[in-house]
Design a protein around this ligand. Sequence first.
Ligand code: AMP
Ligand code: MN
Ligand code: MN
Ligand code: MN
Length: 285
Amino acid sequence: MSDRITHPPGSIDLHTHSTASDGRLSPTALVDVAADCGVRLLALTDHDTLAGLDEASRQASQRGVRLVSGVEISVSWEKRTLHIVGLDVDPAHPGLHETLRRIQHTRQQRARAMAERLQTQGLEDAERRVAELCEGEQITRTHFARLLVDAGLSRNFQQAFKRYLAPGRPGHVAVTWARLGEAIGAIHAAGGQAVLAHPLAYRMTGSWRRRMLSDFCEAGGDALEVCCGNHDPGKTRTCANDARRFGLTGSVGSDYHGPHQHWLAPGRGLRLPPDITPVWENLKF
Ligand code: AMP
Ligand code: MN
Ligand code: MN
Ligand code: MN
C-alpha cells in the first residue's frame, strides 16, 4: 500500500460523514467536494451504518478517488460513549451488519424518547419532524440540533448541545451502545482496521485517556486518529505520543460533516508525523 500511494498533505482523509448519518452532503456530493479539495484516499465513515458506501464508491471511481469502506461505531465504555472507526471493512459482512443493526435499533428507540422529552421543552411535533429530516437514514443528535435551531430554541448547534442534548441536559437520553470488544471484533471479522476516533474529544483526564487507550489495545484496537480536522499542532503531538507509547498505527481524519462547518474541509491540514506508521499501509486494495 505505502509504495502505491504517496501522502502529500491533504490528500488523505479517513473520517467523513454523508446524509447516510449526520452529514449534510449526499455520498456523491461528499466525494465531489473531497476530490475538489485534492483528497485521493477517502474513507466514508457514517455513524453506525454502511448505507452510503455503494453510492460513494461509484462516484469515487468517476473522480479518481480511492474510497475506503468505513463506519464510525458508537461504543459504550465506562459509562461514556466512544467512537471506533472501522476502515476497509467488507460492506457485506453479516456479523458487522448484525452489530450495526442492534445499534440502529437503539438509535431509533433513543430518538423516540428524545422526541418526547424535547416536546416538553417546546419542540413541537418532534418525532415526525426528525423522521422527516433524516429520511430513513440514521437518526442522530445532530438532527435534533438542527430542529432546535430551526425552531428558534437554540441560536446554533453548540448551544443546542449545551442546553438540550449533552449528558445531563433535558433532551439527553442515555443508552448502551456496543461494547468496545464487540465493535473491534466486528470490524476485524469484516477484515478492517479499528481506529480510536478523535481521542482528545472525550473530555477526560490524562489518566482516564490512558485507561481508554490501554483497554482499546487490550481489545485488539489497531490505530489512533493522530491528526484530526480541529487539531492544533499541540494536540497532534499529544496523540502522536500516545500512538508511540501504545504501539498503535496512526490515522488522519477531518470528521467533515458538510459545508456548514466552514472551518473544516476534507483533507485540509491533515498530516501524520513522519515516524508514526500510517494505518493506510495496512489497508488492502
Ligand atoms: P449521536 O451519535 O447521535 O449521539 O450524535 C453525535 C454527533 O453529534 C457527533 O458525531 C457530532 O457530529 C455531533 N455533536 C456532538 N457534540 C456536538 C457539539 N457540541 N456541537 C456540534 N455537534 C456535536
Ligand atoms: Mn457526527
Ligand atoms: Mn465521532
Ligand atoms: Mn465522525
